[in-house]
Structure formats: C-alpha cells, structure tokens
Design a protein around this ligand. Structure first.
Ligand code: ITT
Length: 207
C-alpha cells in the first residue's frame, strides 16, 4: 500500500449501540467510517466537565490502541435541579432512571433542560474537540420507544416530539451529539485534506 494512503476508519470507543447508530451516518457524510470499539478500557475520571472526561478517556485509550479514535461523552442538565444529573447521567440513569427525574420534577413547572455532548477525536497529528448542546424541556410523562436513556422525557426546542418518538435521522437534526460529531468530522475532513495538500499525509496514515 502506498505510504500516503489515508485509511478512513475511526474507532468509536463506546458500548452504546444507539450512540454508534447515531454517529455512523454523520461520519459517512464526511467520508469516514466508524467502527465500534468496546470501551472496557475506557478510563472515566470524576469531573464536572464533560470535555475533560472525554479528553482523558481518549488520550488514555490512544496510548493503548494507537489508532484513530473518538470518544463522546454526554449528559442531561436539568435547570430546576441546578444541572443535575449532568456528568453523572449514566449513574443516575442506572439507579433512578428517567422515572426518577420525572419524580424529582413532579411539582415543578420549570421544565427547561439541555443535553450536552463533548467529542474528542484523535487522528494523528490532530486532536479535535467539539461541544454540542440542545435545549428543550422535560415532559411530565414518558413518550416514545426509540433511542435510549432519557430520550422518552426530552423534547428539543422547535419540536413537539420527544427524542424517543424520532427516527435516528430526525434525532440527528436536533441532537447535542449530532452537533458535536458533525463539528468534529467537518474539522477532521478539512485537516486531512490540508494535510494531503501540504504533504504531511504520512503522519495520518494509521497502517
Ligand atoms: P459510553 O459507553 O459511550 O460511555 P453511555 O451510555 O455511558 O455510553 P454517555 O456516558 O455519553 O453514554 O451518557 C451518559 C448517560 O446520559 C447515558 O447513559 C444516558 O442515560 C444519558 N444520555 C446521553 N446521551 C443521551 C441521549 O442522546 N439520549 C438520551 N439519553 C442520553
């Protein structure tokens, strides 16, 4: 294989098949293919900052795997709960679930919430970071059976459907993850094209 061949596979460090399915069409749109990579090795530091968590996990995994990879960390931030569960969304979902969030908001009219996503993509010599945010509100009861996590109780602004009532394509038109991932692949495409033009393509060849 010639030296300047750019292999376009990015390993996505996640155990969440739904996240993979949401990210796949976006990566493809920019000419990359993603492969799900078991995140058993994923180091999750304790931090209030999603990007810090994702950065640490990506660098740690890259040191081990040495292949182009992406980490995406997301969370639900509920305004009336001062941003809870935020970076603790995974644990909160596993313990009290979305029913627990509905219960905490039972007598609250303030339903505003946002989903945030932090993406870290490493493709030597580039380290790309992007943030995506989608604001909306928490419903009073769950609706829809698609998606995962808090999807049945979140309605993004400018929609009447919860994420769980949307197809993947529809969710990608609104979601925090789609915004962050789109930003990351757009930057990566720009940088790899520039790399090819300027002759630094060898350093992004993951053979
Ligand atoms: P990883 O293996 O990639 O870490 P995960 O399911 O743990 O997958 P995150 O850490 O990014 O995913 O997200 C933490 C939790 O936040 C997740 O378990 C969901 O409960 C919730 N969440 C994140 N993104 C969501 C989305 O798009 N829709 C609904 N819930 C979401």
């Amino acid at each position: 294989m010639p030296n300047n061949t750019v292999k376009k596979t990015i390993y996505f460090l996640t155990n969440n098949i739904h996240k993979y399915e949401e990210v796949k069409p976006i990566a493809e749109k920019y000419g990359f293919q993603i492969e799900m990579c078991n995140d058993a090795e994923k180091m999750e530091i304790q931090s209030n900052d999603l990007l810090e968590i994702a950065k640490y996990a990506a660098l740690h995994a890259y040191a081990k795997i040495g292949k182009p990879l992406m980490v995406e960390d997301a969370g639900l931030f509920v305004h009336a709960l001062n941003g809870f569960p935020g970076p603790y969304s995974s644990y909160v979902f596993k313990t009290i679930g979305y029913q627990g969030i509905l219960k905490l908001l039972e007598d609250t009219e303030e339903r505003k919430a946002s989903f945030r996503s932090a993406v870290v993509l490493i493709h030597e010599p580039f380290i790309i970071t992007c943030i995506g945010e989608t604001t909306g509100y928490i419903t009073t009861s769950p609706r829809g059976n698609r998606g995962f996590g808090f999807d049945p109780i979140f309605v993004p602004n400018d929609s009447s459907k919860t994420f769980a009532e949307m197809t993947i394509n529809e969710k990608n038109m609104f979601s925090h993850r789609a915004k962050a991932v789109e930003c990351a692949f757009k930057k990566l495409r720009k940088m790899t094209e520039l790399g090819l033009k300027t002759g630094i393509s060898n350093s992004i060849d993951d053979k």
